[in-house]
Design a protein around this ligand. Sequence first.
Ligand SMILES: [Zn+2]
Ligand SMILES: [Zn+2]
Ligand SMILES: [Zn+2]
Length: 302
Amino acid sequence: MIAPARAHRPGVEREGSEPDPGDVAGCPFCEGRESATPPETFALGPPGRPADAPGWRVRVVPNKFPAFGPWSDAGNRTTGLFARRAALGRQEVVIHSPRHIRTLADLSVRELEQVAEAWRARAAAAREQGFPYMQALVNEGHAAGASLQHTHSQLVWLPDEPPLVAQERRSQEEQGGCVLCRVLAEEVEQRIRVVAERDGLILLCPFAGRQPYELLVAPRECESDPFTSSLLGPGLALVAEGLRRLRVAEGSVPVNMWLHASGHWHLEVLPRLTILAGLELGAGYFVNTLAPESAAGVLRES
Ligand SMILES: [Zn+2]
Ligand SMILES: [Zn+2]
Ligand SMILES: [Zn+2]
């Protein structure tokens, strides 16, 4: 539901863009505090750098509070209607920069390319160890679920596609062809919701987006594996550009972003400008107070 009349302004949640000093002081992700995290599983840095020492550019560590883990599946059982299954997987955190930067929007193209390289390397490791699907995501801001402000992403190694990804793939199959390819072709022709197009990628506000300034980044040509694609880094750079444009328009806002690495891969960005409430949770109607066509116009000008 696109309902602009409900909004005075789309924004409700605001967070300052300047770090408060206290959060830098105790930050376990800053360079020099390597001992505050579990031992690293991967890092990009100069050759010969010892593990868990300064000098890295991107650093990957296990998530200290994982929901998915190498749990025993001894408890898997079905009691009447109720099936239990161990949440098998692994969770890692990718620290995007040794400096205390708070948002993807402030990383350089080169730094984002290194983030993509880390995602790629960990996806390959996950596949080798029997986890064919890796969910990569970024939460920024407390209202979007981030507990630490230093820019980072989370990787979840999974034995199967998660439910939403499987659902997207099934609806693709039912349509008998790639829906996203058709959508992108039409968006490029209509030019109403496209914000930017470069490096073989498109940034747009999807038709009937759920929330103000929802964004989608996808390669123009159909490709299904982001982790072997040279477009993953440029894709993250286009997300960062979208976030910078959003910041010009609305100030710093909490954001969730994730990669769908199946079918025609794409990055989805959901700024958390409104709170999901009874209509969304109870009826499945998402009330968007800013038409995607207007949002794209604002972002093009920003
Ligand atoms: Zn930090
Ligand atoms: Zn496609
Ligand atoms: Zn998707």
